[in-house]
Design a protein. Structure first.
Length: 156
């Protein structure tokens, strides 16, 4: 099982899309193990997007991410990082495939509704940034035996 960090960006919260986007993750069979509404400040945004510090879009990205509250989620499942990236779609809303979150709910390339960790290393770093205070709740889901094939001993 992997756990990944999802952020519903300020545009998703302002546009009232939180429920519909979270539903897509739940519908897929992913498990929510952390969830909160919060305001990102400059210090947290710069840590979270440290890899992008030299990019031309960085100042606008930090301004956007700190402009209004976000909803952050810790999301768990087999291959959760890749599964979430596929559900999100391509970075630019104008290019993201129909059927994906970015493809279905937006057209902007920067206001693209959702962030998801892109590697196990990024997930570990981002989960500790946003849920490091014990905010991830581990709990059993009895329905997992219908979400996954567990006949081999581990969920597949
Ligand atoms: N972004 C932007 N312009 C660009 C590239 C990225 O405004 O040319 C923003 C966009 O909000 C994106 C975020 O910066 O989601 C981080 O970019 P990244 O390449 O990591 O895309 P992601 O992993 O979010 O798909
Ligand atoms: Mg990224």
């Amino acid at each position: 099982m992997e756990t990944t960090l999802i952020i519903l960006k300020p545009d998703a919260v302002q546009r009232g899309l939180v429920g519909r986007i979270i539903s897509r993750l739940e519908d897929k069979g992913l498990q929510l193990v952390g969830l909160k509404l919060m305001q990102i400040d400059d210090a947290l945004a710069s840590k979270h997007y440290a890899d992008h510090r030299e990019k031309p879009f960085y100042p606008g990205l930090v301004r956007f991410m700190t402009s209004s509250p976000v909803v952050v989620a810790a999301v768990r499942g087999v291959g959760a990082i890749g599964v979430c990236r596929n559900l999100m779609g391509a970075t630019f809303g104008s290019k993201a495939a129909a059927g994906t979150i970015r493809g279905d709910f937006g057209v902007s390339n920067s206001f693209n509704l959702i962030h998801g960790s892109d590697s196990p290393e990024a997930a570990a770093k981002e989960l500790s940034l946003f849920f490091g205070d014990g905010g991830v709740v581990d709990f059993d889901r009895p329905i997992d035996c219908w979400v996954y094939d567990t006949s081999g001993g581990s969920p597949e």
